[in-house]
Design a protein around this ligand. Structure first.
Ligand code: IPE
Ligand code: IPE
Ligand code: MG
Length: 255
């Protein structure tokens, strides 16, 4: 289907201002969306995955460099097995179907989280996606998979302790940057904007260290992830562009 011409206007508008380098998204509300339509929760997840394609196209069009999507949290294992299986299978299906397009778009896939514990098929598909797109650098797509911010910090502290034991790191040299460098997002800028669909006013263990100074944009309660289209995304970024980021300093007008 052809894009609404309005989208092109919105893209030009967004591009003419400060485009965030890194946008992170909590893709929430698949289950509620499915319920609203009288479908099984798995159908909501299926529609949700499809939205990633639009997100990549529009991110590339406006020049975002890093997109992080929360796909599966360390706490999501507590859902019924059937739902977890659906999500794990969807990862494989999506990669098999879309990886060539993703590569053509110039996107590189990274995974934030311990994917070694995923079912073998999903783990292999993920590894394939990472390796297959490793040469790309135009757009980085971070998929948070079996990701939890607290687990990420535990891992970082263990890595640093190991380096101290091996004499590779001196305790006195540990600063905020050292910690950043031991997170899954090592070498990447912090998210400028964190978007959450479906209205919950919380971060649910998503990027707690990296989002310390991120701007937050949370959708109304009835805007579920499967309905979050290009226009919604662009409008969230336009709101971000109106924000004043002070980082603890003073507003420009007060200086
Ligand atoms: C987000 O949608 C997707 C995942 C957590 C995998 P939900 O499945 O959380 O949908 P709701 O919040 O129950 O509506
Ligand atoms: C956060 O959504 C995780 C993902 C979007 C993958 P949840 O639906 O799991 O979060 P809670 O349970 O509402 O906090
Ligand atoms: Mg949810």
């Amino acid at each position: 289907m052809a894009d609404n011409p309005n989208i092109h206007t919105l893209i030009s508008l967004v591009k003419s201002k400060n485009v965030p380098k890194h946008v992170a998204i909590i893709m929430d509300g698949n289950g509620r969306w499915a319920k609203m339509h009288g479908f099984a929760r798995s159908v909501g997840h299926r529609y949700g995955v499809e939205k990633l394609k639009e997100l990549l196209t529009v991110s590339k069009a406006i020049g975002i460099q890093y997109i992080t999507v929360y796909a599966f949290s360390t706490e999501n294992w507590s859902r019924p097995k059937e739902e977890v299986d659906t999500l794990m299978n969807l990862i494989v299906e999506f990669i098999n179907r879309e990886i060539d397009n993703i590569k053509k778009e110039g996107a590189r896939i990274h995974v934030l989280g311990d994917y070694s514990v995923l079912p073998e098929k999903s783990r292999n598909a993920v590894q394939y996606a990472i390796d297959y797109t490793a040469e790309n650098s135009e757009l980085h797509l971070n998929v948070a998979l079996n990701y939890g911010g607290r687990a990420e910090l535990v891992r970082a502290f263990k890595l640093m302790a190991e380096e101290i034991q091996n004499g590779k790191l001196d305790i006195n040299d540990i600063d905020e940057k050292t910690i950043s460098e031991h997170l899954y997002t090592a070498g990447m800028p912090d998210p400028d904007l964190v978007i959450r669909t479906a209205g919950e006013l919380r971060l649910s263990n998503f990027l707690p260290y990296q989002s310390a100074y991120s701007e937050l944009w949370i959708s109304p309660k009835d805007l579920y992830w499967p309905d979050f289209n290009k226009e919604c995304f662009l409008r969230a970024i336009m709101e971000y562009q109106k924000r004043e980021r002070r980082f603890g300093g003073l507003a420009n007008k007060n200086i």
